[in-house]
Every structure is written in structure tokens, then in C-alpha cells.
Design a protein around this ligand. Structure first.
Ligand code: G
Ligand code: G
Ligand code: MN
Length: 403
């Protein structure tokens, strides 16, 4: 079952009854719901809740049957949010905040038991949800993302990676694009983390791997098949931590008949902490298979340099925060120069990202960088345009539709 869904209620529909099992909570998107409880066969209406209110959250957090029932007063739309989704989020918040919530729940429970002893409990105030719009926007985004994953509304573009000195293309980075029918283009920075939170990043990673393999096969079918270009694919820290990821990668490459040494996987340094068995198994699996491993945006996270000793690395990608102003900023220049030295010592490639001008090219080659990527050379291109850039039309157009 998907972690988030939409439920449309007609006026009078009961969403859940007091005592029901609590598999979900709900967020009101529009309309109005009355909370009611039943005692000795008599119904008591408590309060009504509107847009942005959370229903059923307390029983999810306490793992208690529904304390009260919920019924639509008008035609109402609610987001259904799986209990497991809420409990995962709850586990991820700071222990202090979690303790505050748990204390409030316990306090609330004590208050209820006191007030049910005294005959006339004062009516509870309707809670005001300050960030209702944010909450609703977030759930709409999650639903759109899940629907787009189901419908495969994603594509890949490819940005060439070149030899800095000559501009010759040696490989490319695969970048995901989400073009939603109503939202338009949504940047990966926005949807990748949400896909990670929802636990569906694996489907997107699989899509990136499969599409890139298909593109490599199209390149194989061109005249310049004597030259191999590598593909650098972004994966998430969640992928590296998922048991069986290396086996899945092996399977995809063998199904598409792709030599593993043509694939480099890019992981950001913060996600790249080999601190548990599954991560280590995957890293060694990837290394054993013969794929490269690059650290993305190097220098921007909290690198534990000790990890460099143990990790099977093939490249460090210098974040554009440094590469882009190495020509005019002494600190950035020193950092690039230090990273080039580190690359030589570790025997790994150094790729400068975000190269936009000729001045950048000159500064970075003076500092000893050998590979680069950026708008100065090429913008990300779709698969067809990439084939053109690699300097070869299809050897046989029919081969292309086979690939
Ligand atoms: O579905 P869930 O059990 O999470 O819903 C609990 C909500 O109902 C909470 O907001 C809680 O404060 C409220 N609630 C629980 N018992 C009562 C009650 O006796 N009276 C009122 N007014 N609200 C209640
Ligand atoms: O496409 P753009 O350059 O805006 O990408 C920004 C960042 O989004 C990339 O640096 C990368 O970290 C992330 N990203 C892009 N495509 C993918 C992808 O297919 N998978 C993952 N996990 N991250 C991606
Ligand atoms: Mn990257």
C-alpha cells in the first residue's frame, strides 16, 4: 500500500468509528469533519475540524484503537497517511521533540481521565494548525510523486564529462528529470529527498540505471564503437544502505549486457558513511563487480577523511562552490589544489563540476585538474542529442530501435 492517498467523503460518511483499528491518520484537505464519541449507546459530538487538521494521529502514536469516531459534515477530501509513514517520521525527529510529544500525550490522557469523572467537561478548543498549507502542499507533492512513479513520468538527461585540456568527451553524468503535467519541471533536489522519505527512491534509482544502460547500448550501436564512454549515475545513500542493492545492480548490468567498468556510481559524502554491514556489503559488492564509485559534491559535507582509506573510490567530484570560483578566490583555489593532490595520492580521478567560463578552464588546468563538467563545455542533453555530441550518428538506424 502507498504511504499516502486521497479519500473523498460525502456529507454524512463516517471515516472511522470509535474503537476501530488505527492503520492510518488523515489530514483534511477541504471540507469539515466532526469528531464524535459514543457512550452507553448515546452519541456525543465533540468538535469539528477543517482544512489542515490531523485526524487519528493520536491513536497512531499511542497504538490505541480510535479514541473517537470521525464523520464528514460536508463533502470532504482527506489525505490518508499510513501509520508506518508517521511512525517512521516520528522515529526520525530529535529525541527531545519526541519526548515533548510523548509527555503531551501522557498529560492529555490524564486530563481526559479526570474530565470524564466530572460530569461536564468543558468543550475542547478547535486546534489551530498554523502550517496547514505547508502540510497539504507536502502531501499533494507526495501523491503527485507517487503517481508519477507509477506512470513513469521521468526521463534522463546526460551531461558530458570532458578532458579539461582538450575538451574531448570521456563520459557523461546521468541526471534525472521530472516533468509533471501540471507542476512542470520539478528539480531533483526537491523530489529526490521526498522519494527518500517515502521509501520509494529505489524505483527511481532503478529507472536511472536501466535508462542509462539503454543509452550506453545506443552508443555501442554507433560508428565510433571503438571508443568507450563511461556513465556516472547518481545514487542515494538509501540505496547504498539497502540490503541487496549490489545484487540488483549486477542483475541490471548483466540483463543489458553492460560492462561494469563503464559505470560509476556517484554518492554524496554525507550519505557515504560505511558504518554498518549493509553499506559495507554493498560497497564491496560494487567494487567486486568492477563499477567505479565517486564522491559527489566533495568538500561540502562533513567528510570523515578516514573513510577515504577504506572505501573503494574511483573519483572525487569537486563541488562547483569551489571549482566555479577557483580563478578569483584564494581559498577555493587552495581547496582545489589540495583535492588534486589528494586525488593523485589516492590514485582517483578528480572531476571539477560547474565549469562555466574560459577563465575557469584556465584556472582549473593550472591547478592540475584533468577532468571537468559544466555549461562551458556542454549542458545536459537528452539521449538523442548525446549521441550527436559523441560524434556519431547511428551506424544503422534500425539498431537504435533495438537498443
Ligand atoms: O483518532 P484519534 O484517536 O487519534 O483522535 C483523537 C483525537 O480526538 C485527539 O485530538 C484527541 O484530543 C481527541 N479526543 C480524544 N478523546 C476525546 C474526547 O473525549 N473528547 C474530545 N473533544 N476529543 C477527544
Ligand atoms: O539535475 P540537477 O543538476 O539539478 O541535479 C541536482 C542534483 O540532484 C544532482 O547533483 C544529484 O545529486 C541529484 N540527482 C540528479 N539526478 C539524480 C538521480 O537520478 N538520482 C539521485 N539519487 N539523485 C539525482
Ligand atoms: Mn552528481
Amino acid at each position: 500500500m502507498q504511504p499516502v492517498g486521497l479519500v473523498a467523503l460525502r456529507a454524512g460518511d463516517v471515516l472511522y468509528e470509535q474503537g476501530d483499528h488505527n492503520t492510518d491518520a488523515f489530514v483534511v484537505a477541504s471540507g469539515e469533519v466532526v469528531m464524535f464519541r459514543t457512550e452507553q449507546g448515546k452519541r456525543y459530538d465533540c468538535e469539528t475540524r477543517g482544512r489542515g487538521a490531523v485526524l487519528g494521529g493520536l491513536s497512531v502514536l499511542t497504538n490505541h484503537p480510535r479514541y473517537v469516531g470521525a464523520q464528514a459534515v460536508t463533502d470532504t477530501i482527506v489525505f490518508r497517511v499510513a501509520a508506518s509513514h508517521i511512525l517512521n517520521d516520528f522515529d526520525a525527529i530529535s529525541p527531545l521533540l519526541r519526548a515533548c510529544v510523548e509527555t503531551s500525550i501522557a498529560f492529555n490522557a490524564r486530563l481526559s481521565s479526570v474530565s470524564s469523572d466530572t460530569a461536564a467537561a468543558p468543550p475542547a478548543a478547535t486546534p489551530k494548525v498554523k502550517n496547514a498549507d505547508d502540510l497539504i502542499e507536502r502531501y499533494k507533492f507526495e501523491i503527485d510523486l507517487l503517481r508519477s512513479i507509477a506512470k513513469s513520468e521521468f526521463s534522463m538527461v546526460y551531461q558530458p564529462i570532458v578532458t579539461l585540456q582538450t575538451g574531448d568527451i570521456v563520459g557523461f553524468e546521468a541526471l534525472m528529470r521530472w516533468c509533471h503535467p501540471e507542476r512542470g519541471f520539478v528539480p531533483p533536489d526537491q523530489f529526490i529527498t521526498v522519494a527518500e522519505d517515502l521509501g520509494v527512491i529505489g524505483s527511481l534509482t532503478e529507472f536511472a540505471l536501466v535508462e542509462t544502460c539503454k543509452t550506453l547500448n545506443k552508443i555501442k550501436g554507433t560508428r565510433q564503437s571503438d571508443r568507450d564512454f563511461f556513465a556516472s549515475i547518481n545514487i542515494s545513500g538509501h540505496d547504498v544502505a539497502r540490503p541487496g542493492f549490489a545484487a540488483q545492480l549486477t542483475d541490471i548490468l548483466s540483463r543489458h549486457d553492460i560492462a561494469p567498468n563503464l559505470i560509476k556510481l556517484e554518492v554524496t559524502e554525507t550519505a557515504f558513511v560505511p558504518d554498518n554491514e549493509d553499506v559495507l556489503d554493498n560497497l564491496h559488492g560494487i567494487q567486486g563487480l568492477g563499477c567505479g564509485l565517486s564522491i559527489d559534491d566533495f568538500g561540502t559535507g562533513y567528510s570523515n577523511l578516514a573513510h577515504l582509506k577504506t572505501m573503494p573510490l574511483s573519483a572525487l567530484k569537486i563541488d562547483r562552490a569551489f571549482a566555479g570560483d577557483a580563478h578569483c578566490n584564494r581559498v577555493s583555489g587552495s581547496i582545489v589544489s589540495m583535492l588534486v593532490g589528494l586525488g593523485t595520492a589516492l590514485n582517483v580521478d578528480i572531476v571539477a563540476e560547474g565549469v562555466e567560463t574560459e577563465v575557469d578552464v584556465k584556472a582549473l588546468s593550472d591547478l592540475g585538474c584533468s577532468l571537468a563538467q559544466g555549461f562551458y563545455f556542454h549542458r545536459p542533453a537528452n539521449g538523442q542529442d548525446l549521441l550527436g555530441l559523441l560524434g556519431a550518428g547511428p551506424r544503422n538506424p534500425e539498431l537504435e530501435s533495438v537498443a
